[in-house]
Design a protein around this ligand. Structure first.
Ligand code: ADP
Ligand code: ASP
Ligand code: MG
Length: 403
């Protein structure tokens, strides 16, 4: 079998953890498998590098940020390669560029355009175990290193697995699979044996960082056999992320996600005429700002209120963009003390009363809902951040997800 494995920050967070990863790979090699392992930076490393840059400025040059951030993954890829080599295996570490990962030039959030697998294929043929530095690529013209957005090593792994047609892509982390909600928040959370790509994509997009959302999207597109499991208990089977038709029993609600990295931007007394929303959201899109929920209230006296949410990481750029629109609104404010809780389940499509149950559960805890948005398979609610964990547990109970 050709296996693509990915080891996250905690799995390579110390030298003995890297040795543990080497032992996991050794077992597979001894079983006759070919292995390409993608590694993250040691846990905390990427945050530390971001803090270093912020010592000088809140808005550093993004090309330089990519140069800086990509270094963390290079360290762990070389260390793992050295460890395995010492155990008697032929290994080679590769940066994103060496692995042939070509991206657009949207620095710090680059998209993979193409993977040139020739170098990896040759190395496998020659009996090497390949260790790829995750989270990074190179611009199509080869001029600059890029990174793929936070949690991007998941994407590196899935994209490589898809491109090289691996038999499986296993994402090793510090929990042994996908749970009904973050087990650190709700200890009663239950592990799922399988989950559909679509539900996993929603959970990931709505804050469940166990998998990066773009990696799930890519897995669905390329039909990658994706498994989430733990490097701390590698003997335990993880969760399979697969096509909806491969799942017999479809629960109404599969999971609850929480996202604390959200800011609510409030524009009050916005001039109510055609083109205003278009101008604002085009300007935000031009800066690659991910706008999520948008609510416009009923106009009054020729003005209206416009609320939307963005990721905290985009706040500084958003503030800069919004300076163009100060004349269009009476007031613009930014509230970081909010969070988004979401309920996800494919069964929602065909059941009624799912939303009302959520609202009642939060009302019973005296939690006020500030914005609501729904789609076919999810309900999201913006609430005050201080109620985040309480809300997750209340919703988990309401849908009896521990049963
Ligand atoms: P890595 O560093 O290995 O990429 P992450 O920290 O990005 O790991 O993701 C793993 C974490 O995701 C877990 O420790 C867990 O707290 C969190 N998590 C959030 N939601 C879920 C969920 N539904 N199931 C499992 N883990 C979850
Ligand atoms: N090191 C990067 C991050 O912390 C990428 C990753 O771990 O997937 O976001
Ligand atoms: Mg991660």
């Amino acid at each position: 079998m050709l296996k693509v494995l990915k080891f996250g920050g905690t799995s390579v967070g110390a030298l003995d953890r890297i040795q543990n990863v080497a032992n996991i790979i050794k077992k597979m090699k001894d079983d006759g498998d070919d292995v390409i392992a993608i590694v993250s930076a040691m846990s905390g490393e990427t945050n530390k590098l971001i803090e270093y840059a912020q010592y000088y400025t809140k808005t550093p040059d993004l090309k330089e940020m990519d140069m800086l951030l990509s270094s963390g993954e290079r360290v762990t890829s070389a260390l793992l390669s050295i460890a395995l080599n010492e155990m008697g295996y032929k290994t080679i570490s590769m940066s994103g560029r060496e692995a042939g990962i070509l991206t657009d030039s949207c620095h710090t959030k680059a998209r993979i355009e193409k993977i040139d697998t020739s170098k990896m294929k040759d190395a496998i043929k020659d009996g090497y175990t390949i260790i790829v530095a995750g989270f990074q690529g190179v611009t199509l013209d080869g001029s600059r290193v890029t990174t793929l957005g936070r949690g991007g090593s998941d994407l590196s792994a899935v994209a490589i697995a898809g491109a090289i047609k691996a038999d499986v892509c296993e994402i090793y982390t510090d929990v042994d699979g996908i749970y009904t909600t973050d087990p650190r928040i709700e200890p009663k959370a239950k592990k799922l044996e399988k989950i559909s790509y679509d539900e996993m994509l929603e959970l990931a997009s709505l804050g469940a960082k166990v998998l990066q959302n773009r990696s799930v999207e890519m897995a669905k597109k390329l039909n990658v056999n994706l498994v989430s499991r733990s490097s701390f208990t590698p003997e335990v089977e993880g969760t399979l992320i697969t096509k909806e038709e491969n799942i017999m029993e479809k629960p109404i609600v599969s999971g609850i996600a929480l996202d604390k990295n959200q800011v609510r931007v409030g524009m009050y007394g916005v001039i109510d005429r055609p083109g205003v929303a278009s101008a604002i959201f085009t300007a935000l899109a031009d800066k690659n700002i991910n706008v999520d929920m948008i609510v416009q209230t009923r106009g009054l006296d020729g003005t209206t209120d416009l609320d939307f949410t963005i990721p905290t990481t985009d706040l500084e750029i958003c503030k800069k963009v919004m300076t163009q629109f100060t004349a269009e609104a009476k007031n613009i404010d930014y509230n970081e003390a909010i969070c988004k809780v979401s309920i996800v389940g494919v069964g929602m499509k065909s059941h009624t009363g799912v939303a009302s149950k959520a609202f009642t559960a939060l009302a019973n805890e005296n939690i006020n809902i500030r914005i609501i948005s729904t789609s076919e398979i999810k309900i999201s609610m913006i609430i005050d951040e201080k109620y985040a964990e309480l809300a997750v547990r209340a919703l988990h109970d309401a849908y009896e997800l521990d049963k």
